[in-house]
Every structure is written in C-alpha cells, then in structure tokens.
Design a protein around this ligand. Sequence first.
Ligand SMILES: O=C(O)c1cc(=O)[nH]c(=O)n1[C@@H]1O[C@H](COP(=O)(O)O)[C@@H](O)[C@H]1O
Length: 292
Amino acid sequence: MSAPFGHRLADAVAARGPLCVGIDPHAPLLERWGLPDDPEGLARFTDTVVEALAGTVAVLKPQLAFYERHGSRGLAVLEDGVARARAAGALVLLDAKRGDIGSTMDAYADVLRPDHLLAADALTVSPYLGPGSLQPAVDTARQYGGGLFVLARTSNPDAGTLQHAVVDGRSVAQVVVDTVRGWNTPGWVVGDPLPDPGAVRDVASRFGPATGSFGVVVGATLPELDVDLTGLGGPVLAPGLGAQGGSAADLRRLFGRGTAVVPTVSRDVLAAGPDPAGLRAAAERWAAELTG
Ligand SMILES: O=C(O)c1cc(=O)[nH]c(=O)n1[C@@H]1O[C@H](COP(=O)(O)O)[C@@H](O)[C@H]1O
C-alpha cells in the first residue's frame, strides 16, 4: 500500500506548494487551443497540460465529465493522462463526484485501487445519499492509501438551498464536515457520537494537521465561511477561483492561512494554453498569489 493520501498530500504541498490545477477540457477551450472536439483533440490537450504541469504542481484534478463525453476513447485518454501525471510526481484527484448506495459506492471506489486502469490518488464524492453510504469508499481509501474529498459547501450560487438545510440543529454542510472529521479520527464510524473537535491536535493550521486522508470541498466563492472546520484533521479543497469569481484574497478571508487548504483552478490556468510556458506561468501566478 502507498503511504496514506493525507501524508502524501502534505509532502507534495510542502515540496510544491498547495495549488491544484483542474484539467477541464471544455469544448470551448479545445476550440480556443485550435484543437478538434474529439478524442485526438482531447489527447493533445491532456498531454500538453500534464507535460507542462505534472512536474511542478502538487495536485492535478481531471474532471471525468469532459472525458466521458468522448466515450471509451475519451476514457482511454484519461487513463493515459492519469498514469503520466502520477509518474511525473503529481497527485491525481479524480473529479467524478460519485455517490450511491453502498454496493455501488464500493465499485466507484475501486478507482482508488492501484490495479485500476484509472488508478487515482483521491476521488471527489457526493454525500447526498447519507454519510454512511460513503463508508465503502472510506474503507477502500484506507486499504490502499487513497483520499476522498466530500462535497460540503460547494462553489455554485444556489448550493445553500440544500447545504444550509438544518437537521437536528446542524446544517447539512456541517453534518458532512463533522462526518469527515470523524473519518480522520482513528476508530470512529458513522453512528458513533461525534469526536471532540479538540481531539485532533492542531499543529499545522487552525483546521488541524493536513495529514488526514479525508477532506471536504468548500468553495472559495462563499460570502462567509458558514461551516465550522475546527479539528477537521484533513484538507479543504477550495474551488471557484478565477472563472467563478473567487480570488486569493477570498481564500485568506475565508480560511486564513491554514496550510490544509488546497486551492484549485481550472479555466483560469487552462486559458493560458496551449503554450506550455503560458500554462506554467499562469499556474505560477496563482501559486504566488496564494502564498503571497
Ligand atoms: O469538486 C470540485 O472540484 C468542485 C466543487 C465545487 O464546489 N465547485 C466546482 O467548481 N468544482 C469543480 O472545480 C472545477 C472548477 O473549474 P473552474 O471554475 O474552471 O476553475 C470544475 O471541474 C468543477 O466541477
């Protein structure tokens, strides 16, 4: 088994900085890069991004939807891109937002197994079927040293319609955060009393050490941080930067300078292609802003 994802992420962030770049080959971006909207165009786009960035950024986050729309040939492009990104030293977070009943979730989580054709380091998952439905993915992640990022407070404007709903005095988003805090606490399972936030000793940031393998997604677009991340013990993936309006200043406003935050940018970096130097410069600009 590889080392636990949380440890590998902390090492990657220490060596390369916290930036995650999303690989989102939208049809308009392919066109802008002068590429056809077909598997060949997809392959050239993916190769270019991987070659330009996999040796320098901590995490690459391919968005599965943009590969699936090209059918099996698109998935073959993704398999190749994921393998090459990992070989070049980037962690790969597969953005698939999976969520289903346990038996199906178990199959989705197979992507965290090293022998899977798409073998990724971590996976985004949706908790809509209830925190317990994600348990098979937690088990697979633990077994193979993988990670999960669970949607908690997403970056889209109407996300609060569901995520602010209150269940037994806690918002849905808070239930998600508390569950992930539990998964980062040894021995805890869904249904147990919630672990004390202070139980995870806070050494790296006010959100706890970034060494847990289970993280949450909290958008950089939120007007205010309306979930309590204290003692989370794992990373916070923060999308919504650039194209969705979020900025480095928003990240600082929402999260302070906690090292456990992994900011992720897709279009705002990818628009600088297809020149690899342009892509690298755009990623470096974001990295500088985020750490500045
Ligand atoms: O899980 C995600 O990555 C995610 C969660 C969220 O709340 N908002 C969000 O935009 N994302 C993803 O992050 C990427 C954002 O792309 P850009 O807006 O181009 O940076 C897309 O692939 C989204 O699917």
